[in-house]
Design a protein around this ligand. Structure first.
Ligand code: FES
Ligand code: FES
Length: 149
């Protein structure tokens, strides 16, 4: 199967198998920041944006993305690094396994919510699991990051 879409601002043509999921397609086309953990829609590691909203690419059929806008962390390097500095300042960086999906969700939240409460932040991040932390340092980093213009 074949379709046209936009990835990180560039028009691309994708060839894929019937029933293929977006995480597999993106990795095959070299977007290696897209990682898979559970591959069953449970951990959030594979998060990318579809039209500026976070989606689980392991659970999104590639056939659905025709004529949409896909964003991976490759297009958000500076912003991701800026958020990373807040994580470091709060001692919240650990193994980093969850980071690609976690950061994509945080950056989407910054665009979507203004002055979110801790409960709203937790709710937004509910699909992104981190096996290392108790989320407290991450929460402090996110709250500070959300306050920056
Ligand atoms: S790899 Fe997609 S949710 Fe876990
Ligand atoms: S930092 Fe290790 S899984 Fe999140």
């Amino acid at each position: 199967m074949e379709l046209e879409t936009t990835i990180n601002g560039r028009r691309v043509s994708l060839t894929f198998a019937n029933g293929e999921f977006l995480a597999e397609t993106l990795r095959r086309y070299g977007y290696l920041s897209v990682k898979r953990g559970c591959n069953t829609g449970s951990c959030g590691l594979c998060t990318v944006w579809l039209d500026q909203r976070p989606v689980l690419s392991c659970a999104t059929l590639t056939a659905r993305v025709a004529e949409h806008q896909i964003t991976t962390i490759e297009a958000l390097q500076e912003e991701a690094e800026a958020f990373g500095r807040y994580m470091v300042a709060q001692g919240a960086e650990q193994c980093g396994f969850c980071s690609p999906g976690f950061v994509m969700t945080v950056l989407a939240m910054k665009r979507e919510l203004s002055n979110p409460t801790p409960e709203e932040i937790s709710h937004y991040l509910a699909g992104n699991l981190c096996r290392c932390s108790g989320y407290k340092g991450q929460m402090r980093a996110i709250q500070e990051f959300m306050e920056v213009e």
